[in-house]
Design a protein around this ligand. Structure first.
Ligand code: C2O
Ligand code: CU
Length: 486
């Protein structure tokens, strides 16, 4: 049994390697990277921050926003207009800002040539408002739909379509939701930093694609974007303490953030703060994830801190290429008073022993038949426990129970696992993310390893999705459903 299994595995590895050699681009011998070479650009000197959404009503505790999903030309790098799909003409879309307990109402008009939905990544909203294919009819071109929910947690979240997400998010459909509460650490400034990459063709337009390489590995881009621009600059007072909220909206690129010779203090990830701040030289943000970081700026005016992303080998020769510049922090005149570095006082309660344990095997199939989502043709598919979405039987669970899932990655690549509707704690594994008490909604499951997560299925009955956040993998079947009933 064992012997034949490992033999099968070896066989699969050989097949993948052969396929990679056939489909990979010719720069494979350089540094053994299959990632596309990144375009060098000049620094963007326009505004750094994404625009906030207007709250269209005057009622306290209610945030009413109108979004229109539509095509627009967006200046991603100085002088380069790219045809994108946007919310309200911008990439990222407007940032929705609320306080814990607010009612958020978002009316979305679909002016795209195809159907869409909005999913509220990381927000614990009722299932009917989740925007996933399991719970909502797609919003057709020309139609509008209103989402309405209370935001229960403070932190950094994001919104994006859950229809052809590999195409729609790549083309620019994403935005942030920031939820504040009274316990937010006191800092001199708080900035949203949305990380993305897009793959452009020679005419500086989003590459038509869906190549075999992309299907297997997820699309990595050749232009790195920070709040929708290449290499922007953020001016902040010398000596000040700044909070940086990173979101990785890329289809497949893993960001490994670093500032040469300057420590970063990570205080949270996904939608919540850690119990303890962690001083780090590198902060990983895999697709779908968020990272909350504090940084103290040098005390001299005119200093510059360059944020970079370093290569991370996520399997199949994909490592993001070289070290790339992302953006720069520059210091302006210091503030009159200096702010103490905030200490965290958040409590992450331990979950009790699980009532139910499950095993989820993350698998890839080299070549198979038709794919869903209009991709057509053959190519690789992906699955949990042998089931390729949408041909899945939902996992059945009881409302209120505590579950522990073993995420068993049997493939040669990392897969960032995301669960809708609930937050979980990592109880074991996750290699690059050492296990610690924290609330997560997206966690990397490194190649050929197992990660154990535990969650309480509190409050929200209904059907919930879980999937790999490499969007090509999700759209090619690595997506499942959890049915939580009372
Ligand atoms: Cu951002 Cu179903 O995910
Ligand atoms: Cu994956």
């Amino acid at each position: 049994m064992h012997r034949s299994l490992s033999c099968l595995r070896l066989w699969r590895q050989l097949l993948w390697t052969a396929a990679l050699l056939i489909f990979s681009s010719c720069d494979m011998h350089h540094e053994m990277s299959s990632s596309p070479a990144v375009i060098a650009t000049e620094a963007w000197t326009g505004p750094f921050e994404a625009k906030s959404a207007d709250d269209l009503d005057a009622v306290d505790n209610v945030v009413s926003v109108e979004l229109e999903a539509k095509a627009a030309r967006v200046e991603l790098a100085t002088g380069q207009l790219v045809n994108m799909w946007t919310y309200n003409g911008a990439v990222p879309g407007p940032t929705i800002v609320a306080n814990v307990g607010d009612l958020v109402r978002v009316k979305i008009k679909n002016s795209l040539p195809e159907s869409t939905t909005i999913h509220w990544h990381g927000l614990r909203v009722p299932a009917a408002m989740d925007g996933a294919p399991a719970v909502q009819r797609e919003i057709q071109p020309g139609e509008s739909y209103t989402y309405e929910f209370v935001v229960p947690d403070s932190g950094t979240f994001w919104y994006h379509p859950h229809v052809r997400s590999d195409v729609q998010i790549e083309r620019g459909l994403y935005g942030a939701i920031i939820v504040h509460d009274a316990n937010d650490p006191k800092v001199d400034g708080d900035h949203l930093i949305v990380l993305d990459d897009v793959l452009l063709d020679d005419a500086w337009q989003i590459a038509e694609g869906d190549t075999m390489m992309e299907a297997m590995n997820g699309r990595e881009g050749n232009l790195l974007l920070v709040n929708g621009h290449s290499r922007p600059i953020l001016n902040v007072p010398a000596g000040s303490v700044q909070r940086l909220r990173f979101i990785n909206t890329a289809n497949a690129r893993f960001f490994r953030l670093t500032v040469p010779n300057h420590p970063l203090v990570q205080i949270g990830a996904d939608g919540a703060l850690f119990e303890k701040a962690l001083e780090k030289n590198e902060v990983y943000v895999v697709p779908g994830q968020r990272a909350d970081v504090l940084i103290r700026l040098p005390t001299d005016e005119g200093a510059s801190l360059g944020f970079q992303t370093r290569p991370y080998a996520r399997g199949h020769g994909m490592n993001g290429g070289k070290t790339h510049d992302l953006y720069e922090l520059r210091t302006t005149a210091p503030l009159a008073t200096s702010t103490p570095f905030p200490s965290l006082s958040s409590n992450v309660a331990d979950l009790p022993q699980a009532d139910v344990t499950r095993q989820l095997k993350l698998e890839e199939q080299m070549m198979s038949g038709a794919m869903h989502g209009g991709h057509g043709g053959g190519g690789p598919t992906f699955s949990f426990n042998g089931q390729t979405y949408p041909k899945v039987t939902p996992l059945e669970a009881r409302l209120g129970s505590v579950e522990q899932w073993s995420l068993i990655n049997e493939t040669m690549m990392d897969h960032p696992f995301h669960l809708h509707g609930f937050r979980f704690q990592v109880v074991q594994g996750a290699g690059i993310e050492p296990a610690r008490r924290a609330w997560r909604d997206t966690i990397n499951v490194p190649a050929d390893s197992t990660v154990q997560i535990r969650m309480r299925l509190d409050e929200h009955p209904g059907t919930w999705m879980f999937h790999c956040h490499i969007l090509e993998h999700a759209e090619r079947g690595m997506m499942g459903e959890l049915l939580v009933s009372e």
